[in-house]
Structures are given as C-alpha cells and as structure tokens.
Design a protein around this ligand. Structure first.
Ligand code: SF4
Length: 373
C-alpha cells in the first residue's frame, strides 16, 4: 500500500517563523491545479502499489476553497485507483473553516482534517504572524469536531513571550476539544525568516533551553495523562488515531508527491520536485515531469532508516534492520549503539526494540547523530 501527497504552495500571508516553500495567493493558482492533474498523468505508474492514504498539505490547502479541493480530488480519482484509500486528510487554517466548507470536503471523501492552531493566546499568535485569533481557532476546531470524527490540531511551544502558565492554558483548551490527534512542535528559528531576523535584532528573547525542556515535558505528561500516546517526537494520538499517512513515511512505505517541492519514494529511490513554482509550471505544461532523483547509496538508506525509526515510539528493530539490503552496515554502529545503551540514551522498549526515552526526544538529534554513517 502507498500514500499520495499533494502540495499546495499558497498561503494567505507568510507566518514569521515559516521557511516552507509557500507564497501568497496568486493568479497562478488555476494553472497550478491543472499542473497537478497533468503531473499525476505523467507519473501515475511511478508507485506500483494502490494508494491507502491521501494527504493534501502545504502551504494552506484550505485557501483554495472546498469546491476546488473537491474537484481536484475528483479529477485525480480519474487518474489513480482510489478504491483502497481509507484516510484522506486536508490541512486547513482556522480563517478558512466554515460549516459549508467542511461539509463540501466531507462530501468529496475527505475524512480527516488537520488544523494549525499553534496557540490560543492572541499575543503569542501575533508574535509569530498568525492571522487568526485564539477564539477563531477554537470556534473552527468546534466546527471541525461537529463534522469530522477524525481530526488533528497543531500547537507550537517555545513561542516568544510564552510561559509555562500560558502554554498550560492553551493545552487545557486543546483538551476541551478532545481532538483524536495532536501535534506539538518546539518553535525553531530558521535562517531567512522574519522571526529569526527579529531575534537577531534583539526584539525579544528566545525561551531558554531549560524552559523549552520543561514545556516539552509538561506537554508530554499532560497529554499522556489525558489518554494520548506519544507515538512520534512531535505527535500524540488517542488509541488507533495515529496519522496513517505520516506513519507511512516513518515506516518506509512508498509515496508519490505531486506539486512543487513535493518528495516521493517508490520503495527504493527518492525523488523530489525542486522548490521553484515557475520552473515547475513550465516543465509540466511542456509535458515533462519536474522531479529530480536523489541519488542514494546504501549508507544514505541506512541513515534514513535509523533517523525515521528512532523518531518513533516503536524504535529500532535490529532484526528488521539486519534483513534490509543495507543491513550489512549495522556492525559499523555496534560500538556507538552499546555506548548509547550504557548511558541510557537508548533503552530497550516493551517490544524489544531500541528506543530513545521520551525524556530525551527533544534532543534526539544528538543521539541519532552518533549512529549516522
Ligand atoms: S500557514 Fe503554514 S505554510 Fe503558510 S506561512 Fe504559515 S506556517 Fe508557513
């Protein structure tokens, strides 16, 4: 089984912290929709397995409107076989959510919504350039809850000016909404963003490492007490409500990514569309796929495997690794593996796999780096 990802690169405006490839709403949108369908036709045989999940992400897909998204899904169903699909997710922003919008998506076969809330505190939202208020996000989440039984809300912690108390208020409101799935990310300052420039200019102070860690532990403990399972570094789900689409990335399931800057994996080779809308449109409109093959040797594949597995609660299954075509490389990390286990940076989980204890997930990059070839 495989996944289909569709990237929508447009946003109402640019959030201060965002370094994704996205741009303001533009007159290229109609051409872009045509290009997605044309790209689907060009690449329809690239992934052999039937699709099990569809994910429309961005950017801000909801900016296209529900009618356009429904028509896009309908046209893609004429290109691909969708009969095995059981999860169709659309990312939305609070300012686009209305009952009519949600009902139209539902009729089009969408059965999961993912919404960026980030915080319910208006000052924190303004500090990172989000367009919505906390109460708008809460009302939008209530509307989603009325229409969909499967949905996810995103939050960011470590926001400028955020305290443990204000984070606690946001989490309390999140829990009132009883979302089956929550994602929680530590704010990162990416070079080239407005937020990074403001930080460098001394306009505000970054939360300290200690506070960031306390926030992370607070989120983990509170959500786990509320019945969520922390199944991936940034993701929490009620039992059985893990994101199937995103889980397939961590499980090396093949996926086809359509649209500018989208990535694909056919089970062996990784490909990506470069992040250049003008070039993407011109290539597809001339009947050429725009993807570039990521030349991966066994070491790259080994590293990808280690990185994706150690980001999850399932962890690293050494027997499974040994059976992979690149498994012959495993002896090269035997020594650091032993050292990480001795120091407690890796532990043996319930399933017998090696896992990073949740208390160290926030700094998991340092653990993973030790195992990278
Ligand atoms: S809505 Fe999402 S993709 Fe768009 S600018 Fe904000 S963070 Fe970036």
């Amino acid at each position: 089984m495989a996944g289909l990802y569709i990237h929508i690169p447009y946003c109402h405006s640019k959030c201060a912290y965002c370094d994704f490839y996205s741009m303001p709403q533009a007159d290229t949108m109609p051409r872009y929709i045509e290009a997605l369908v044309a790209e689907a036709l060009l690449r329809k045989d690239e992934v052999a397995q039937p699709f099990k999940t569809i994910y429309i992400g961005g950017g801000t897909p909801s900016l296209l409107g529900a009618g356009t998204l429904a028509r896009l899904l309908d046209r893609l169903s004429g290109v691909f076989e969708f009969s095995a699909v059981d999860e169709v997710t659309v990312e939305v922003n609070p300012e686009d959510v209305t009952p009519v919008f949600l009902q139209t998506l539902k009729r089009a076969g969408v059965n999961r919504i993912s919404m960026g809330v980030q915080s319910f505190n208006d000052g924190e939202l303004r500090a990172v350039g989000r367009r919505h208020t906390g109460s708008q996000a809460f009302d939008a989440a209530l509307a989603i809850k009325e229409s969909f039984d499967n949905y996810s809300l995103d939050l960011i912690f470590g926001l400028p000016g955020q305290t443990l108390g204000s984070l606690g208020s946001t989490i309390e409101r999140m829990l009132e909404l009883e979302a089956p799935h929550l994602s929680a990310y530590l704010l990162s300052y990416e070079l080239g963003t407005r937020l990074y420039a403001a930080l460098m200019a001394g306009k505000f102070e970054e939360v300290s490492d200690e506070l960031a860690y306390d926030m992370y532990i607070y989120v983990h403990d509170t959500l786990c007490r509320a019945g969520y399972r922390h199944y991936e570094i940034s993701n929490y789900a009620k039992p059985g409500r893990e994101s199937r689409h995103n889980s397939s990335y961590w499980d090396s399931v093949p996926y086809l990514g359509l649209g500018v800057s989208a990535h694909s994996f056919d089970g062996d080779t990784r490909r990506f569309n470069r992040a250049n809308l003008k070039e993407y449109l011109s290539a597809i409109e001339s009947g050429r796929a725009y993807c570039t093959t990521d030349p991966e040797n066994d070491e790259n594949k080994f590293n990808d495997y280690i990185i994706t597995r150690l980001r999850t609660a399932r962890g690293l299954d050494m027997t499974d690794l040994a059976g992979r075509p690149f498994g012959y490389l495993a002896p090269q990390v035997e020594k650091p593996l032993h050292e990480l286990v001795s120091s407690g940076a890796l532990i043996v989980g319930d399933s017998g796999n090696l896992v990073i204890p949740h208390t160290r997930w926030l700094t998991s990059d340092a653990v993973i780096r030790e195992l990278i070839l």
